[in-house]
Design a protein around this ligand. Structure first.
Ligand code: FAD
Length: 461
């Protein structure tokens, strides 16, 4: 008889943990999942899903405004924050129910408790103190938002965890951070009518993205009336009778109603018992794993944000699935992190896959860059000054498309499909022989014929 209570104990019922549990159970494993907050994890409860619902809400203001150019008279539109939050919460409750039901249908036992590791095969349930012996332990505990750097009065700010439950729409908000979460929430609040300042210590938003994309977003946000406070930091926050006074590094003071800190996230590895069993953490506190998500302790695996490889839901899901295939399905599977299509739900939206121009030059030497920037057909009547940016980067030697970057309406949807072609190894000639869909903005992706520039390899010069 087995000395284990379960074959697999999953700590964390988020994107990665839920997928791993279901697939492992499908292979016949006895599986238990512990979740300390709500099943569904960050993505469903306080990440991608509620955020995207808020993004949708924020974009109606443009639509109402732009409808006039098409002959519509729209009475003055009013927005009610409480309705949005209540409807969003209802949808999140529904999704959590589906996640629970799917786990139960797969035969997985859900434990509503925090769990910590006692030894390489034992987990302790905090709510009851029960010890559970497991053949394998999967750590899928995700990450949490940080309030760094710490400044006097910093506790007056909120993080993305609290932003989904604000009692009212702030009239004036300061969003701190330059990554995708900060950028997306600045877009949301600006669209909903808040006077929005986006403060970032760097001189451009979205570090790591293509420079043209970064410039296009900065221009678009400035045009939309978002107050961009770049190359600045916050020195302190002070409570005022009517809100919060934020003192900035240049000495200026900004009075706002809310401060949203979106400066980073850290893996949830504190107090989990990892150190005592010998699981190695990196400098950021993430669990170090191999290509099969196995830690240095053979019975302990980790997937998703807690490993800080690529902190996105589809990646956590893939890693969880690959883990289950490897350990319980007799199909050793590695996840390829090299080509990840991704979107930023700013307004205008961003979709990218593959290399930036700068990285492509380093990686491939000689590259061709195809680029276009235009006002969409809709903008001709709506009066919107937003521009669409499309950029394709091609390795000259092979004609392979190694990067596609889109800024504009529907960019996320476009990049999912362009991503198939790029993942298949499409060449620029493949893009060119694809018939355009007319009239669309996306057709520009298959009609750009003349390189904007050819960059020679440094060595070849
Ligand atoms: P999580 O989904 O975070 O799940 C971990 C779970 O473990 C949590 O439910 C937590 O409560 C639980 N837990 C932690 N410790 C314990 C413990 N000791 N015992 C029991 N349970 C525990 N990604 C995208 O791809 N697209 C997006 O548009 C997107 N938008 C985002 C927007 C925001 C505001 C945020 C914060 C994130 C967003 N992400 C997005 C990232 C995405 O949410 C994460 O990459 C994904 O949820 C990671 O999944 P995970 O399984 O690793 O962790």
């Amino acid at each position: 008889m087995s000395s284990y209570d379960v074959d697999l104990f999953v700590i964390g019922g988020g994107s990665g943990g839920v997928r791993a549990a279901r697939i492992a159970a499908g292979y016949g494993a006895k599986v238990m999942v512990a979740e300390e907050y709500r099943v569904g994890g960050t993505c469903v409860i306080r990440g991608c899903v509620p955020k995207k619902l808020m993004v949708y809400a924020s974009r109606f203001s443009d639509e109402f405004h732009e409808a006039a150019g098409f002959g519509w008279t729209v009475p003055e539109a009013k927005f009610d924050w409480a309705t949005l939050i209540a409807n969003k919460d209802k949808e999140i409750d529904r999704l959590e129910g589906i996640y629970r039901a799917n786990l139960e249908k797969a035969g997985v036992e859900i434990i509503d408790s925090r769990a910590v590791i006692e030894d390489p095969h034992t987990v302790r349930l905090i709510n009851t103190g029960t010890l559970v012996r497991a053949r394998y332990i999967l750590v899928a505990v995700g990450a949490h938002p940080t309030m760094e750097p710490v400044v006097p009065g910093g506790e007056l700010g909120i993080t993305s965890n609290e932003v989904f439950h604000l009692k009212s729409l702030p009239k004036r908000i300061l969003v701190i951070g330059g990554g995708y979460i900060a950028v997306e929430f600045a877009g949301v609040f600006a669209g909903l009518g808040s006077e929005t300042t986006l403060l970032h210590r760097g001189d451009k938003l979205l570090r790591g993205f293509d420079e043209d994309v970064r410039d296009a977003l900065g221009d678009a946000y400035a045009r939309r009336g978002i107050n961009l406070a770049l190359s600045k930091t916050v020195s302190r926050l002070d409570k005022q009778a009517d809100g919060i006074a934020a003192t900035l590094s240049d000495g200026s003071v900004l009075n706002v109603d809310q401060v949203l800190v979106a400066t980073g996230r850290r893996p949830n590895t504190n107090g989990l018992g990892l150190g005592k069993v010998g699981v190695t953490l990196d400098a950021a506190g993430a669990i170090v794993v191999d290509a099969y998500s196995q830690s240095l302790i053979p019975s302990i695996y980790a997937v998703g944000d807690v490993t800080n490889r690529a902190n996105l839901t589809p990646i956590a899901i893939r890693e969880g699935h690959a883990f289950a295939d490897t350990v319980f399905g007799d199909k050793p599977t590695m996840v390829d992190h090299s080509l990840i299509p991704t979107a930023v739900f700013s307004t205008p939206e961003i979709g990218v896959i593959g290399c930036t121009e700068t990285l492509a030059e380093v990686r491939y030497g000689e590259v061709e860059v195809f680029k276009t920037s235009f006002r969409s057909m809709k903008a001709t009547l709506s009066g919107s000054q937003d521009r669409v940016l499309m950029k394709i980067i091609v390795e000259k030697a092979t004609d392979k498309v190694v990067g596609v970057h889109v800024v504009g309406e529907g960019a996320g949807e476009m990049i999912q499909l362009a991503g198939i072609a790029v993942t298949m190894g499409a060449t620029k000639a493949d893009f060119d022989r694809t018939v355009a869909v007319h009239p669309t903005a996306a057709e520009e992706l298959v009609t750009m014929r003349t390189p904007y520039m050819v960059k020679k390899a440094v060595a070849a010069e």
